[in-house]
Each structure stands twice: as C-alpha cells, then as structure tokens.
Design a protein. Structure first.
Length: 323
C-alpha cells in the first residue's frame, strides 16, 4: 500500500487529503519507485487551485521526486531494481510509491543526494529551457531575476552566473536579499513597491536588461516590461502574486520592441529527446557544483502546510516533502 496526498477538488489546501492506495505492478515501459524526497513547486499550487486544469479528480499532485526502483515492467532497458533515480514532469509525486514511465527516470550518481535531485531537476530543466531555448544567456547578458531567493530564482541566478552573465536579483525583503547575494547576484533590488525600472536603469546605465524572468505575475509584469532593453526578452514564468492582467500587444512594440515569452516547462519536458538532453545537462551542472538551495522540509503528511507556506511567501529556497 502506498501513502498518498490527493486533491479532492480545485480549491485551497483543505482540499488535500491523505489516504492509502494500492499501486499496481508496472506495465510494459513502466517502473515502480519507492520515493524518498518529493519536490514542492508552484505548479502544484496552480494545479490545486484549478489555474492549470487536471484531466480527472481526485488526483495526486507533485511533478518531481527521487527514490529507488522497486520493480521494472517489460520492455524497460537500462534500469533495474535498486537503482536510484529522479524524475520531473509527471504528475503524481505526492506518494510513497508510484508508477512512472521509464523514459522519465534519470539515474543518480552517488554524489547527488535524493534531496538535491528532487529539488533541482524540474527547476534545472526550467533554467535549461529559459537560458538555452527562450533566450541564450552568455557573458554579455544582463539578466533580471525576480524571486532571486526562491527555489527557482536562486537556481536561475546560479545558472546565469555559470554562463558568465551579470545578474540583478529582485526580492521582497532584506533577509531574502542576503540569500540572493549568496546565490550569486551581482546586484539586488529589495521591495515590491520600489521603482523597479528606475533601479534597473541606474544599474545598467540606462540600457536595461537583456532578459527578465518574471515569476511574480500580477501587476509586476508591466513593471518588468519597462526594465528590458529594445529587442530584449521578457519571460513570464509564473504568477505567485495573482493572474497577469491582459496585455495589449502595443505594450510590447513597436516602441519597446520586446520579445515576450510565456513558456511551459511541462511542455518542454513532454518531449522525450528534449527531456533526456536537458536532464543530462542538469545532472552535469549539479556534479559541477550547481546545487539547489534547500529551504524547508516537511513530512509527506504535511503537504498542505508545505503548499500553504510556499504560497504565502514563508519559504526560501526549495521546498521538499520527505516520504
């Protein structure tokens, strides 16, 4: 029997309930995993609230985890019982055991812990998508990263610095500013009500940044648009502050001449070849020291509290459930 945390219907964290569930034997192309560490991401909150509709309810949330293979279905090569693996992009992670398509399993080297893998794979693939496909980041890039003390934000900072970029981090409080600097930010802007465009203009001699990553949403996106140079890129990657108001195309150009992206890492990870290539790059980066900042950990049974803390900004770094 597996212990799972299931969503009854879209809504608040009160819609999450713990229960036991029988897990079937793996079919062809599947493996069974006993999970040890499970990542908690904003996409879990978007799924819970109904912003991203699920195909059926009740449903088990969670899109990334790490653990040990306990059974292997037919037609599965390269994996065996006892292998340590991680995965991302497959809903159903809030569980002690689960079935998984074998192609999503990423073998873990001994040096990478389950906790590190479970908190970095989806975020690492997000960074890979943003910095190799959406806007190629290099030594001449100046990037603005919102939420630079958070799980994804701190990883974006590290990934951009690894590519040689100059990084301006934006955070909501002084304690988070210290964490953003530890992640590698060259400059940090503190406060959600500051004149963001003026601060960025001052730091860039009036030029603006080449690329901005906005996971805040709400009214912040319009402020972010004003921070980017002509022909620069704005990537809208979340909306923790609420839905993004409708944008008129005239706000992007021709005067500003901005490139606007609203990429989905779940779509990125649904392409097996892309997934495998990105996973190799993320594992290589982790082996070279690009590691997640792990903030708080919770027992699996406290998944609702973990989501509530993440949703209300009471966490820094990555949030994990321990099974």
């Amino acid at each position: 029997m597996a212990y799972v945390v299931q969503l009854r219907s879209p809504g608040g964290v009160d819609q999450l309930e713990a229960r036991e569930m029988v897990v079937a034997a793996p079919r062809a192309g599947e493996i069974l995993i006993r999970q040890t560490a499970i990542g908690v991401n904003f996409i879990d909150i978007y799924l819970r609230t109904g912003l991203y509709p699920l195909p059926a309810l009740p449903a088990v949330l969670g899109v990334e985890a790490a653990g040990v293979v306990t059974a292997v279905g037919a037609d599965v090569g390269g994996l065996q019982v006892g292998d340590r693996v991680a995965y991302a992009g497959a809903v159903g992670g809030y569980a002690t055991e689960r079935l998984l398509p074998a192609w999503r399993a990423v073998p873990l080297p001994p040096a990478i812990t389950d906790a590190a893998a479970a908190s970095a794979l989806a975020r690492g693939m997000t960074a890979h998508m943003l910095m190799t496909r959406v806007h190629v980041v290099g030594p001449d890039t100046v990037a603005l990263v919102h939420g630079a003390a958070g799980g994804l934000g701190s990883l974006l900072v590290q990934w951009a610095k690894r590519a040689g970029a100059t990084v301006i981090g934006a955070v909501g409080s002084t304690p988070k500013a210290a964490l953003a600097r530890e992640a590698g930010c060259d400059h940090v802007i503190v406060g959600r009500d500051v004149d963001l465009a003026l601060k960025v203009a001052t730091l860039t001699d009036g030029r603006g940044v080449d690329v901005a990553y906005d996971g805040i949403g709400g009214t912040m996106l319009r402020k972010t648009l004003a921070c980017v140079r002509p022909f620069g890129t704005v990537a809208s990657i979340g909306q923790v502050a609420g839905p993004v108001p409708p944008l008129d195309v005239e706000e992007l150009g021709p005067r500003r001449s901005l490139i606007f992206a609203r990429p989905s890492v779940m779509a990125y990870m649904s392409e097996p070849a892309t997934y495998r290539r990105a996973a190799v790059d993320v594992m290589k980066s982790m082996a070279e020291g690009l590691l997640p900042v792990i903030g708080k950990t919770y027992p699996l049974a406290e998944a609702a509290r973990a989501q509530a803390d993440l949703e209300t900004g009471q966490t820094t770094g990555s949030v994990l459930l321990l099974a």
